[in-house]
Structure formats: C-alpha cells, structure tokens
Ligand binder design. Structure first.
Ligand code: KE4
Length: 437
C-alpha cells in the first residue's frame, strides 16, 4: 500500500480488498469473514471496555467480545498492567515458570474435577489432547460428539460441527480422511436415547462423549433437564469418559464453569478463551489418573513451544483473579436477562417472532416462528436472513453482534446498564425498520 494510503484512515472495504490478496478469504479465521451475514467484514483498530472502533473511527458497543474471552471487556487496566509487566521481563523462555504453577493451581481450585491441568495455546489443542488421552485411557477409538457443537478444528471434530462450518452451511471439512471421520459419532444434542443407541451399536468401542455443557456454536442451546446427568450415567455404565468442552462456558457461566452450575463431575475438561484473558491459552485437565498419562510422565505425547506462555498466563491469571475477587456473575446474569427480555419484547412488538436463548452472560437471538430452540434441528429452522438483516441494522446503529446466526453474543463486566438500554433502543428501531420493509 502506498505511503499516501497508509496515512489516510483505511476503510474496511479497502483493507478487505488488500487482505484477500495475501490472506485466504482475507481473514485468519473463517467466522470473521461475514460469510454468515454478508457484506464486508469490519476491520477493528482498537477496543476499550465495552467498545471497539473500526479503522475509520466508528465506535460500536461490542457484544462479540472476541467470541468469548473478554468477560472483563477490552484492555482492562489490570490485565494490560499484568501483560506489560510480564513483557518487560521477557516474552517466552521455553522453560517452566512460577506463574504457570499459580495458574494451574487457580484452575484446579476453581474447577475441582480438574485434579491436574496442562496448559496449551488454544481450545483446539485442548480438545485434541483430551481425545488422545481418552483413547489411550480406554483403549477405544470411537467417540461421540453432538451435531452443531464445535470443539476446534482438529480432524476428528470436523464432523457435523458448528461455529464457522455451520455458518458457511457446511458441516464437515475437506481433507479429513474417511478413516478418521468414521470414528466420530455425531448425535443430536439433548437426545439421550441417541446416545444409548450408539453405545448399544458400538459396545466397548466408544472412548468418550464430548459435549459443550451449554452448546454455544449453533447459537446458545442450553441442555435439557437431565441431559448432562444422563450423559454422566451412560458413560459411567459403559466405562467411557465424559469430556466437558468448557472452552466457552468455563468461567463464563460461573467461576466454576457449567459443571459447577449443573453439579456434574466430568472426567476431563477443556478450557480456553477467558483463561487467556485475550491472549492464547487453552487447557486440558481432569482426573489425575488420566492426566498422568501425559508425557513426560506417561505415554501420551503432547507438547507446545509456547504452552504456558508468560504473557498469556499473566493475562489469564489476572483475569481469574479479578473474577474471583469481584464475582461479577450475579450482575452479569441480571443485566443479560434484562437485555434478552427487552430484545424479545421489542421484536414481538414489531410482529417479529424471535426466541432468545441465554445462559448467564451469553445469548443468541434466533429468528424463528416463536418456536423454542432446543436442538440442532430447531436451529436449522431459524431464519438466517432475518438474523443477517438484524445484524446489519444493528451494525449501522453502532452495535456489533456476532456476524453469524450460529454463534453467541457476550456481555462483559464493562457493559453498563446505559449500554444495554442503548442496545435495546437501537434494536427497537431496527425491528421497526425490518417490519416496515
Ligand atoms: P480455539 O482453537 O479457537 O481457541 O478453540 C476451539 C473451540 C473449542 N471448543 C469450543 C466450545 C469453542 O467454541 C471453540 C472455538 N470457538 C469459536 C467460536 N465459537 C472460535 C472463533 C473462531 O473460530 O474464530
């Protein structure tokens, strides 16, 4: 780009055109490309608190929150201070550090089922390691996942997956050998009979059941009463592992995650997002007898140059410290409930049937014929075009939602009641415009 261009505030359109010349699809993660809602992705220049600014200086109230990590909002002073201090002492050593011990202890104290924990650099690494551990521990190769759930982009999980795949209308990925995909058993979420049938069909072959305890990658779909406890019972009966993918729900739906909320003890848990405070951290943890299989102690190999990275751990540790000290969950619950209730009422007032699914401070507004959304099949009935029009209407109003009907929106501690009132006002205007058009 010419120096003249560099001086002028670059529009998202111009940047996207440039980006597509050197980055596949112009983005470094597919869901950012606005394929699910159409139009040009907004290029963000900075964020602070509950707001982000695009490269031309337009400000938005941000409910994407980088897909979940930013429960404290953008550039939280305590988190920035922790990263700055860590950076001044060196960015990586490839050696053990005291901070990693503190982080591991913090996680095991918050999530007692995680007797031991291994830090990695993404949710994908956490889930792929959990699967390898489960297969080693049980000596079995098959595993169950649920349609519409997303567990990162490792080959075995790209079967009937949610998030970016669902957004693009595909559920599997090219490049995954049939020999790998056939070991994945995709079942309907919230359907215990389907799980029982799978164990009947594959006796002693299923290593684990992977589940998002609150699904958030087909939009937010909470578990039906008894679903999670049913999974715990079935996996125990068949000596299979129950693996909670809490990359989104961990420290989001409560300080102890969904397993604490629903009082379920999984065998392994995967974490990410919030525990990195906005920097790359994932974690896999659980029963010590299983975790001790990990190298260098055991025979299951897993490694990472930047695992437990000093800056990322500093950001994550400070985030957990703030959450533990301030316990923002009751206020987040109240504010999110107010927002979702008002959004639903505003839509209905304009004659637009919606269903707002919420779990703590994460939510999804489904454009449905007023039908409750409790499964992947229900999600597929939702009106994507309706959501896209709503998304762009809100963007115009300076409200940044998830650029996909199949993701969650997130409230942070930085969002004020005035912000949610502004959001409801904007939504009311957009619903009226949609109704009039
Ligand atoms: P990462 O590898 O993206 O850190 O985590 C993978 C992952 C695992 N498990 C769950 C439940 C997840 O939601 C994710 C990643 N979430 C998506 C959005 N819902 C990340 C956004 C993206 O792909 O850019």
């Amino acid at each position: 780009m010419s120096t003249e261009t560099e001086k002028r505030a670059l529009s998202s359109e111009l940047l996207f055109a440039e980006a597509q010349k050197v980055i596949p699809g112009g983005v470094n993660s597919p869901v950012r490309a606005f394929k699910g809602v159409g139009g040009t992705p907004v290029f963000i220049s900075r964020g602070e608190g509950a707001r982000v600014w695009d490269t031309e200086g337009k400000v938005y109230i941000d409910y994407l929150g980088s897909w979940g990590p930013l429960i404290l909002g953008h550039a939280h002073p305590a988190v920035v201070e922790a990263i700055t201090l860590a950076a001044s002492q060196g960015t990586t050593f490839g050696a053990a550090t005291e901070r990693e011990v503190r982080m591991a202890r913090k996680i095991t104290e918050a999530v007692p089922s995680m007797e031991k924990v291994r830090l990695v650099s993404s949710g994908t690494e956490a889930t792929m390691t959990a699967l390898r551990l489960a297969r080693a521990h049980t000596g079995r190769s098959r595993f169950v996942k649920f349609e519409g759930c997303y567990h990162g982009h490792a080959d075995p999980f790209l079967v009937k997956a949610g998030s970016g795949l669902l957004t693009q209308g595909i559920s599997d990925s090219a490049g995954v050998p049939a020999s790998v995909a056939e070991l994945t058993i995709p079942l309907p979420y919230n359907d215990l009979d389907g799980v029982k049938e799978a164990f009947r069909k594959y006796p002693n072959e299923i290593a684990a059941v992977f589940v998002e305890p609150v699904a958030a990658n087909m939009g937010v779909v909470p578990p039906n009463d008894g679903f999670l406890s049913g999974l715990r019972e079935i996996t125990k009966t068949h000596d299979a592992l129950l693996i909670f993918d809490e990359v989104i729900t961990g420290f989001r739906v409560g300080y102890g995650g969904a397993q604490s909320l629903f009082n379920i003890v999984p065998d392994l848990t995967c974490l990410g997002k919030i525990i990195g405070g906005g920097l790359p951290v994932g974690a896999v943890g659980g029963r010590a007898d299983i975790m001790n299989r990990l190298a260098p102690l055991g025979d299951v190999y897993q490694a990472g140059t930047l695992s437990g990275n000093p800056l990322a751990v500093a950001a994550g540790l400070r985030t957990l410290e703030v959450l533990q000290a301030e316990n923002p969950y009751p206020r987040l619950e109240k504010e999110a409930d107010f927002l979702c209730t008002q959004l639903t009422a505003a839509a209905r007032k304009s004659g637009i049937p919606v269903a707002c699914n919420r779990a703590a401070s994460m939510w999804t507004l489904f454009f449905t014929a007023g039908v409750a959304v409790r499964s992947y099949r229900d999600v597929q009935q939702a009106d994507r075009t309706g959501y896209s029009r709503f998304f762009h209407g809100m963007l115009k109003q300076g409200i940044y939602l998830a650029p996909s009907a199949f993701e969650a929106a997130f409230l942070s501690t930085a969002h004020t009641h005035a912000d949610t009132e502004l959001t409801i006002k904007a939504a009311t205007k957009v619903f009226e415009e949609l109704c009039a058009s």
